[in-house]
Design a protein around this ligand. Sequence first.
Ligand SMILES: [Zn+2]
Length: 54
Amino acid sequence: MGAIEIEFDPLPCKWCRRPLEQRRWWTPKRFCGHGHRAKYRATQVLALFAQLLG
Ligand SMILES: [Zn+2]
C-alpha cells in the first residue's frame, strides 16, 4: 500500500507497428518518426475525403 506504480504501455507506431520506447508518459509517442506521422495523417485525410465523396 502506498507505493506508486506507473505502468508504461508499449505503444507501437501506428503506421509500421514497431514498438516505441516511451520516455515521456505525458506525451506518448505514437509514431517512430515524422515521416510515418505524415503518412498516417495523409491516409486519414484521404479517408475523410472518401467519406465526403462516397
Ligand atoms: Zn513507424
